[in-house]
Design a protein around this ligand. Sequence first.
Ligand SMILES: Nc1nc2c(c(=O)[nH]1)N[C@H]1C(S)=C(S)[C@@H](COP(=O)(O)OP(=O)(O)OC[C@H]3O[C@@H](n4cnc5c(N)ncnc54)[C@H](O)[C@@H]3O)O[C@H]1N2
Ligand code: MOO
Length: 390
Amino acid sequence: MAALLSLEDAQSRVLDLVDPRPVITLPVDRCIGRYLAEDLRANRTQPPADLSAMDGYALNGDGPWQLVGESRAGHPFAEPVGAGECVRISTGASMPEGADRVLIQENAEVEGGLVKCTHDHPDRGKHVRRRGFDFAKGDLVLKAGVRIGPAQLALAIGSGHAKLPVMQPLRVGVLDSGDELSANPEDCGPDQIPASNGAMISAMLAELGCEIVRIGPVGDDPDALAEALATADGLDMLVTSGGASVGDHDLMRPALENWGAHIDFWKVAIKPGKPLMVARREKTVIFGLPGNPVSSFVTCLLFVMPYARAAMGAAAPMPFRAVAKLGCDLAPTGSRREFLRGYWDGTTVVTSDSQDSSALATLAASNCLIDRPAESTALATGSRVECILL
Ligand SMILES: Nc1nc2c(c(=O)[nH]1)N[C@H]1C(S)=C(S)[C@@H](COP(=O)(O)OP(=O)(O)OC[C@H]3O[C@@H](n4cnc5c(N)ncnc54)[C@H](O)[C@@H]3O)O[C@H]1N2
Ligand code: MOO
């Protein structure tokens, strides 16, 4: 038997299949979860003027100070403030010309239009946010490839952008296959199980902004599979689940080949997820995921999501990793690299109950995968392990 591909080799072959998507422009509020396609420069300067960071009095010179007016956010005090003068100022309001520090109102005493400092006399620049300290017009505020989350969205808007360049979403077909699958979880016969993989994979990819076309469930029958695959014609990507292994009724490989797909690789030295298949037909990149639900989840996380992220412009397409301290002992591993379902409580990580690749309850109760290299020795409580956070 040919040696199985290593995780790294298989992942790099998957990334080699990436053709970057065309760039489109979308309103900012539709860009959440997508990746910025081009570097973004500020269209404006923030803060646009020197602003007060506190409620109090904007001062010129040593006190006491004559109160000569007010500067509110959006309504600046238009006149210069002379030596020995001050204005009432609110948080976010412009510093008037001549004033160079702010006395917070808790430290001020006001009597007959005269303001006195009771304690903590402010130094020059105290509680003043300088014009442009956050960013100036023309500054590079976000780099191409960054994921647009809530903070990046706020920065894009704050720097004067109503639209952003992102990559056209991938159109992805997601196909469940297996004679035992029921499309309706509330109407499932004694020899059936509900088809849950398609919904799970679709949810994982929809979170990245992919457009999903659900196909199936389709039975273990060459004609039915051929008919289902025909509906995926022209899609950017196809993800199948089930029928990827070596049994008499594992028909995905021949069905894909009859459809005209060329297999890039089949089988990776990982557990779960060994029978992963990657293929291509014209512009469609195809992932044949193993049917066991945890195997589907893990291969989607390790291969399909990185591919989709990279194709949609992500600078860092791989899953997020962290090092954690073990709260339990771990057995040695065999010839495959293992991804154990685990729970990290912020201090230590422990393995979840069942490591069976069909165990949905364990998967749903886990918040990380512990990454165990192949052929590693047993590990004792307190050792450090790498985890992928879910
Ligand atoms: N003789 C061997 N048998 C198996 C091998 C092997 O190397 N030699 N590999 C095993 C491994 S590892 C895996 S993983 C599975 C993968 O098999 P398939 O991809 O062919 O998956 P199926 O047989 O179709 O299904 C496996 C399991 O998962 C359930 N399933 C399938 N689709 C769905 C779905 N859409 N939603 C929920 N659950 C699904 C299915 O009912 C089966 O219980 O093969 C091993 N066998
Ligand atoms: O690799 Mo399979 O995915 O162990 O169950």
